[in-house]
Design a protein around this ligand. Structure first.
Ligand code: BEZ
Length: 304
């Protein structure tokens, strides 16, 4: 059994259809069917229920699918890591969600750059979901995102939990309410959420925060990205729930107010390939914790 067999089987299982799987793999359908048949013969078990449309996996097929995917992820991980180890120059490619750029990310990177001048740093603005793919294909080495999730190929560390705040148009009646706002006070305005795609995203985190409090926003407007959400708030189209870091995005047409709800938070998550134990990642993590400690930012320290 070769990696090719695993790739072919996973494509068929994901697509539930031989024609679509062959298209995805860029091969003709007859050789694909033959390879799956060979695989079943070698294993001596039936993996796909005969005659099922759409295709259904047998119990053995489901077991094989889960583990084949894991092995493929590991092979991908091995490829990216070996390339990284083999490189003489030190590189660190960082994926980040836009909101982190208004918080501590610039300071973290400045400090890293000053201390490790030989490391070549590059940046990619990516949603959390996009970061996972970019980690697996080796485009980035570390991602700073906001969504939790399980993936055996990815090591995730929750760096800290950031309070959510509300962005209001300047002159909005709620800007005159003293102190923090209750989530229930936000029901009269359209809620602007981002990013619209890919999902799940920070938009779902915000919508879940309302749902968990049995609150239903009057209208939800989904937009492509953070800057558009804040621009529309400035234009008076609605309000937005954003991480506290956004206070770093100073605009004359937007006012930020805290929320009177300690559970309304968004985590900042460090993601790396599960096998990556490189010095650059350890140095980056150490600088993050150093800054948290200097600023007395609550966090729970984890090792790489
Ligand atoms: C933070 O704000 O805590 C943070 C932002 C980017 C990377 C790491 C941490």
């Amino acid at each position: 059994m070769e990696l090719r067999h695993l790739r072919y089987f996973v494509a068929v299982a994901d697509e539930k259809n031989f024609t679509r799987a062959a298209e995805r793999l860029n091969i003709a359908q007859p050789p694909l069917s033959r390879q799956i048949q060979q695989l079943e013969e070698e294993l001596g078990v039936v993996l796909i229920e005969k005659g099922s449309r759409p295709l259904r996996l047998t119990e053995a097929g489901q077991f094989f699918h889960a583990h084949a995917q894991e092995l493929l992820d590991k092979a991908q991980d091995l490829k990216a890591m070996t390339r990284r180890v083999g490189k003489i120059e030190r590189k660190l490619s960082i994926g980040f969600v836009a909101s982190t750029l208004y918080g501590l990310l610039p300071e973290i990177v400045r400090r890293f750059r000053d201390r490790y001048q030989a490391v070549d740093i590059s940046f990619h603005e990516l949603t959390t979901v996009e970061q996972l793919k970019a980690l697996k294909d080796g485009t980035i080495d570390v991602g700073f995102g906001r969504l939790k999730g399980e993936d055996a190929a990815i090591r995730r560390i929750v760096l800290r939990e950031e309070p959510l705040i509300v962005a209001l148009p300047v002159g909005h009646r709620l800007t005159r309410v003293p102190g923090a706002l209750k989530m229930s006070e936000l029901m009269d305005d359209p809620l602007i959420v981002y990013p619209k795609t890919p999902r799940p995203s920070f938009a779902d985190q915000v919508l879940a925060t309302f749902r968990e409090r049995m609150l239903v926003p009057r209208q939800v407007i989904e937009v492509r990205e953070l800057q558009i959400a804040i621009g529309l708030v400035g234009a008076g189209q609605g309000i937005a729930i954003v991480p506290d870091s956004l206070q770093g995005m100073i605009r004359t047409d937007v006012v930020y107010k805290p929320l009177d709800d300690r559970q309304a938070i968004s985590p900042i998550i460090f993601s790396a390939r599960a096998m990556d134990r490189s010095q650059e990642l350890a140095d980056m993590l150490a600088i993050i914790y150093e800054i948290y400690e200097e600023r007395q930012i609550p966090h729970v320290r984890e090792e790489l």
